[in-house]
Each structure stands twice: as structure tokens, then as C-alpha cells.
Design a protein around this ligand. Structure first.
Ligand code: NAP
Length: 254
């Protein structure tokens, strides 16, 4: 029975699909991994440590595996994708979610802080996409989702490295959509606003209150808000949407 037939019969959008989620040990990535597994996917959860990756995989079940991989390291990424192919099969969905911040004003920003953020947030997505794309192209089906940020669209004082990496991800998204479109592979970006996670935990309270008061939704976002958008754009139903950046920010930047 074909994948599409099984999906329709089960009512779950990702039944038996293989999904790779980077940065899956916590926060948004963990929520994305959980949401895919709840809809029948076999998820490869990727994080810098095996313990972090496996903790999510064990929690979500449904045949999920946990793999340690620094996404900025091309050899590690190649081995990670090989392990996915061996243990789960060809990925249908790749979610490039791993990301870091090293914030400070530009005048104080060290070159290594610029390089590290670009390496993880931007080069990491390129390396994972490149490593997975051969098998996806053969399968003539795929969904690539890059997690960018509203900061990549609007900029933010103190985040030159982060904003540049996230804006770069939008260029990568557009190019991936153009290069892979004819093989049944779409590539889109999700741009979260301010979401409750370890990354935003230490933001000053008045900054968070200001975000809440300015967002028409009247609250910060949750990882589940982002997971819901990722699952839609990664679903078979989104076949005719590619190269887009969908902002999920409760209307903060309207
Ligand atoms: P988080 O809670 O800090 O989690 C970051 C995740 O990325 C962790 O799983 C971490 O794994 C992983 N990671 C970091 N460096 C890595 C590397 N070199 N290789 C592989 N994995 C790595 O962050 P989050 O808030 O969930 O953010 C997830 C994504 O959403 C990021 O790309 C972020 O830029 C984006 N985003 C977040 C917000 C927000 O408000 N939170 C807003 C816009 C965009 P370890 O546990 O192993 O370190």
C-alpha cells in the first residue's frame, strides 16, 4: 500500500513518514518532534548530545531515534543522515531548527561570536539539506522547513550575527525551493516571534511585557504554536506552497 493511501486511511498526516528535526532536545524543536510523532511520523531527533537527543526520542516513542550531531560539522552531518537512512529510511521531512544566540552590540561582538552563530544557524541548515537531498530527490518527494525568525526580517539591536544568519536562511529557502521544486520537494521558512523557551527565558521582564502588550494576540508564543505551523507547511496538503516565509508572531510585527 502506498504512503498516500496509508495516510488517508489512518487520518494522520505523517503516518510512517521519516522526519528529521534538528535542535530537538528542548524548546521549539522538541515540540515539533512531539507533534510529528503524534501524527504517525518516525522522528530522528538531533541535538548536540546523545543524552539530549535520546531523551526526546524516548519521550515521544513511535520508533523515534536520538542522534548526536553538531550541525555545523559537515562530517558529523553526513554520518547523522547516513544513520537516519540506515535506521529509519529516506526522510520525507527535514526541519532545520537548531539555533543559537550570542548577543551583544556590534561594536563589542567578537569575530568568533559572529562565526559560531552563522555556522550553527545558517551553515548547519545548508549542510543538513545538502546531505539529505540526494535521497529525497530520488524519492521525488520532500518537505524542507527552515526555522528563521522575525529578527531575520526586521533586525534587532544586539543581534547582528543572529539577524544575519536568519536573513540568510530566507535566501537559502528561496534557492532550495527553486533548485528542488521539479523533484516534488518544497522548501519554506517559518519565522517565529517571541516564543517561550530557554532562548528567551533570560530576556528582561519589561521587554517581555512590552512584546505582550504590542502583540494583538496578547501573549508570547508557545513552542506548540510553531509546531502547528511547521506541520501544516510540511504536510502533503501544502504541496503548492514553496519558497515562502510564514511569520508566526501573534501579529507582533503588523
Ligand atoms: P533552545 O530552547 O535554545 O533550543 C535550541 C536547540 O538547538 C537545542 O535542542 C540545542 O541542542 C540545539 N542546538 C544548538 N546548537 C546546535 C548544534 N550546533 N547542532 C545541533 N543542535 C544544536 O531554542 P528555541 O527557542 O527552541 O529555538 C529553536 C529555533 O527557533 C532556533 O533556530 C531559534 O533561532 C528559532 N527561534 C526561536 C525564537 C524564540 O523566541 N524562542 C524566536 C524565533 C526563532 P542542545 O540541547 O544539544 O544544546
Amino acid at each position: 500500500m502506498g504512503l498516500e493511501k496509508r495516510r488517508q486511511m489512518s487520518g494522520m498526516r505523517f503516518q510512517d513518514q521519516v522526519v528529521v528535526v534538528t535542535g530537538a532536545s528542548r524548546g521549539i524543536g522538541k515540540s515539533i518532534a512531539e507533534a510529528f510523532a503524534a501524527e504517525g511520523a518516525k522522528v530522528a531527533c538531533v541535538a548536540t548530545t546523545e543524552a539530549g537527543a535520546k531523551a526526546t526520542a524516548d519521550a515521544i516513542g513511535n520508533g523515534a531515534i536520538g542522534l548526536a550531531c553538531d550541525v555545523s560539522d559537515s562530517a558529523a552531518v553526513d554520518s547523522m543522515i547516513e544513520a537516519v537512512l540506515e535506521q529509519l529510511g529516506t526522510p520525507s521531512v527535514i526541519v532545520n531548527n537548531a539555533g543559537i544566540t550570542r548577543d551583544t552590540l556590534m561594536l563589542r561582538m567578537k569575530e568568533e561570536d559572529w562565526d559560531r552563530v552563522m555556522a550553527v544557524n545558517l551553515k548547519g541548515a545548508f549542510l543538513v539539506t545538502k546531505a539529505a537531498s540526494k535521497s529525497m530527490m530520488k524519492a521525488r518527494y520532500g518537505r524542507i522547513v527552515n526555522i528563521t525568525s522575525v529578527i531575520g526580517l526586521h533586525g534587532q539591536a544586539g543581534q547582528a550575527n543572529y539577524a544575519a544568519s536568519k536573513a540568510g536562511l530566507i535566501g537559502l529557502t528561496l534557492t532550495t525551493a527553486k533548485e528542488y521544486g521539479s523533484r516534488g520537494i518544497t522548501c519554506n521558512a517559518i519565522a517565529p516571534g517571541f516564543i517561550e523557551s530557554d532562548m528567551t527565558e533570560n530576556l528582561p521582564e519589561d521587554f517581555k511585557n512590552d512584546v505582550v502588550s504590542r502583540a494583538p494576540a496578547g501573549r508570547l508564543g508557545t513552542p506548540k504554536d510553531i509546531a502547528a505551523a511547521v506541520l501544516f507547511i510540511a504536510s502533503p496538503d501544502a504541496a503548492y506552497i514553496t519558497g515562502q516565509t510564514l511569520t508566526v508572531d501573534g501579529g507582533l510585527f503588523l
